[in-house]
Design a protein around this ligand. Structure first.
Ligand SMILES: [Zn+2]
Length: 187
């Protein structure tokens, strides 16, 4: 057979040839000749189960691996690339990553809710102080107790900090606040 004379970079055609070989091996494991795009279609369909793209991404990848496993098992095929065990493990890893992602997202939502709540409290407090100032009610220096080091201190514009999920907590300094946050985080 005479080799086809083609224009341009021979490296380019060599790369295409390599891709063809890899595709041949992968297709054997992932799909069949009668339905060479079946794995992609299946992954796409599965990913549609979820409206949130953060979930559908994981489900799509899971779909590919499930399809691969079924393709190998149903066709009594010996994998050309990764083993059956690798695919089983991939499925477990993807599901575990997915759980971790969902847990992170739930945690972030909860934190945002708490921060919104704290901001609302702060706004209400500021509004109340403003109302009192307009009515000419002056504030006597008030005594506060630092939540962290228990030092008593006074302030006209009270040094208070909100910690999401808690009521007003007073700290004498930022470092006392950080120390307290670290302590409750460890619990
Ligand atoms: Zn303190």
């Amino acid at each position: 057979m005479t080799e086809l004379k083609r224009n341009g970079s021979s490296e380019f055609y060599a790369l295409l040839d390599e891709m063809g070989k890899l595709h041949d091996k992968k297709l054997h494991d992932y799909a069949s000749n009668s339905d060479p795009f079946g794995n992609y279609y299946f992954a796409g369909k599965l990913s549609k189960l979820f409206d949130n793209p953060d979930d559908s991404g994981f489900i799509g990848r899971l779909g590919e691996k499930l399809y691969r496993l079924a393709n190998l098992e149903n066709g009594n095929k010996v994998p050309a690339n990764e083993s059956i065990y690798d695919t089983e493990t991939d499925i477990c890893v993807i599901v575990t990553l997915w759980i971790a992602s969902r847990r992170n997202r739930r945690y972030k939502d909860q934190q945002n809710l708490k921060i919104d709540f704290a901001k609302k409290q702060q706004a209400e407090y500021n509004q109340a102080r403003l109302g009192q100032a307009e009515q000419g009610i002056s504030h006597q220096p008030q005594l506060y107790s630092c939540e962290s080091c228990l030092t008593k201190f006074t302030s006209n514009g009270p040094i208070f900090h909100f910690i999401p999920g808690y009521k007003y907590l007073y700290f004498c300094s930022q470092s006392c606040k950080d120390a307290h946050l670290n302590r409750i985080k460890d619990k």
